[in-house]
Design a protein around this ligand. Structure first.
Ligand code: IPE
Ligand code: IPE
Ligand code: MG
Length: 253
């Protein structure tokens, strides 16, 4: 019988095998795309692809820990995804709860901290409550930050940031002269997070679909035709190894 000792949680280290790369990306962002096509290929309903994709998330979290990634930002639901049929949206909104029901204990065990970016307050109660509970349960963890982009849209994020900034100008908390790139970054959902080093998109599409437009200014991009439910450790490893070979110049020489 195991006894829970939350007092010791912070000191617990994971049992994962660790692999040290020369130059690991600290922050990896992934556009998890292709669930619908994966299901269609198998004659299954689209939601079967989403369900399969959920288990891949869990596996990829383990791989991220293994390779010492510090932040993993996963695009789970965009502000544009509300356009989908009601039943699919409802299924997608139930997935976080399902994911956490199955995997939260393991996330806690592995010192993972769960956070979100996106419009959180307007999510259905069952989604918000489950995710909020997971955030609270993991808030003291200092291992991998698992950051779900949930009801996330980059243009909305920027507009929202501008509005908040302008209201801080009105309230004389800041002046227009204070405005620079760093200050503006503080008004985004990603406030306090380093920009992604590596962006992965599955399913062969080569577009951003309104993901992290500001934050990806100098990120390395990596695309694969593999559909998200087929994404696995070997492919993730390939992305990480390719990243090692990139020469990031940031405009310099
Ligand atoms: C990604 O898979 C999951 C979400 C966008 C929520 P899709 O559902 O977009 O799958 P495809 O692109 O239609 O194959
Ligand atoms: C982007 O995928 C959003 C997520 C992966 C959550 P979409 O499938 O919604 O993107 P488009 O519509 O192909 O651009
Ligand atoms: Mg898609």
């Amino acid at each position: 019988m195991s006894m829970k000792l939350p007092f010791f949680r912070k000191k617990r280290t994971t049992n994962f095998e660790r692999i040290t790369l020369d130059n690991p990306p600290d922050h990896v962002a992934i556009i998890m795309d292709g669930n619908g096509r994966w299901a269609k290929k198998r004659g299954l309903p689209r939601i079967a692809g989403h369900k399969e994709g959920m288990d891949v998330v869990k596996n990829i979290v383990s791989v991220a820990i293994k390779y010492n990634v510090k932040v993993l930002t996963l695009y789970a639901f965009s502000t544009e995804n509300w356009k989908r049929p009601k039943a699919e949206v409802e299924f997608l909104m139930k997935l976080p709860k399902e994911f956490l029901h199955v995997y939260l204990p393991e996330m806690i065990e592995n010192n993972v901290r769960i956070e979100t970016i996106g419009e959180f307050d307007v999510l259905p109660d069952y989604t918000r409550e489950a995710v909020q509970y997971a955030k609270e349960q993991t808030s003291q963890n200092d291992g991998l930050l698992l950051n779900f982009a949930l009801n996330y849209g980059s243009r909305l994020e920027i507009i929202r940031g501008i509005k908040q900034m302008m209201s801080d100008v009105d309230a004389s908390k800041i002046t227009l002269d204070d405005l620079d790139e760093q200050l503006f970054s503080n008004y985004l959902y990603t406030n306090g997070l380093s920009d992604p080093d590596l962006l992965i998109r599955t399913s062969g599409e080569q577009r951003l679909s309104n993901f992290l437009l500001w934050q990806l200014a100098y990120t390395e991009f990596w695309f694969t035709d593999v559909l998200w439910p087929d994404f696995n450790e070997e492919i993730f490893r390939q992305a990480l190894l390719d990243y090692q070979q990139r020469k990031r110049r940031y405009g310099g020489i």
